[in-house]
Design a protein around this ligand. Sequence first.
Ligand code: 2IT
Length: 441
Amino acid sequence: MARLQAKYPTEKEYLQAVQEVLESIEDVYNKHPEFEAAKIVERIVEPDRIFTFRVTWVDDEGQVQVNTGYRVQFNNAIGPYKGGLRFHPSVNPSILKFLGFEQTFKNSLTTLPMGGGKGGSDFNPKGKSDAEIMRFCQAFMLELWRNIGPDMDVPAGDIGVGGREIGFLNGMYKKLRREHHGVLTGKGLSFGGSLVRPEATGFGAVYFVQHMLKNKSADLDIAGKTVAVSGFGNVAWGAATKATQLGAKVIAISGPDGCIYNPNGMTQEKLDYMLELRASNNDVVAPFAQKFPDAQFIPGKKAWSVKCDIAMPCAFQNELSREDAEELLANGTWLCAEVSNMGCQPGAIEAFQKAGILFAPGKAVNAGGVATSGLEMTQNAMHISWTAKEVDEKLHTIMHSIHESCVKYGKQADGSVNYVKGANVAGFMKVAEAMLAQGII
Ligand code: 2IT
């Protein structure tokens, strides 16, 4: 850590992600002198390579715009680089390195053969027209296409990149390559996408919560519980939808402008409206309370100010602070499933663990998204498509297996499960063994 801090002093998200994993794996690592001899830690924390490129495009006013694009190919020990693209003004090498690092362990947990990667741009999609989004995506792919491929590196969506963007990116890729193969996941159904991929991150997260509950006590179930969800993007929508289907009451959602207190829970109309809000590209949740008078908009507040049983951060890294955790705990929250990547600050995780409530980290809870991307890759490679039922069943099996891995490596002497340790150790062991077996490269 000291070496990395000296080398990358400004990369705080990256250092935070590495620190968490190294702390978790310390015991296990020290029992494997062969890892130490092959310098597995020193190798696993550095990306294989990073591409940085200029993206030039023309806006609707005819002005030339310049952004920076990146692809971090983090680790391909267990399969092709795999991970999303994020379009957000905050995107920088630190954020993409943290995401690529996390992705490597997460993908390892899924049981599927996928390495870790991440990419994106500091492009801000907020307020842009469809035509501007298309021109940006085309310009981005004009640079990226040489460095990706179905067996090399398979990008997908992340914040700011959804079905529309993947469509434009795929269109340009196939024009340049003159091949139509599964180089991106999260595609539309008419050109190689998988059923259930849009819902998969949120659905998988709720399946994981169900396993956490069952593992704690056979009679625990999400039905009847109150759930607070932050964010109103694709992931929050999926989580809110599945939690509602299973009988839970989603009593809060939130956006950058504040929080919606929704005491009666979701209806189909409300869930559909979450998608509309997202599509409006304005980054506000306030209109939800105008449309549904039984809900109330609380300006400037986070979803964590609402009393709930279960908290599911679904928005952004470091969105849940120690103070937020303390507010949740004071209100009686007894389970937090992190759905956003590194959504909880270290102080929040410490507060949850000290209080002894159930807490699981993003790389386990949100892995259903990339796992279903893996299922999309399989369908593309086999030139077939599975039914929604088939994909959902496989997603169930994968989330169950991730939960089992967390229990295997995270079970404590008192019988409780440290899911942070379990996920990190389980993810690490597979990648480390694969690196060891393939020599010093
Ligand atoms: O953080 C993530 O796992 C994603 N954004 C999904 C990545 C993918 O390749 O589906």
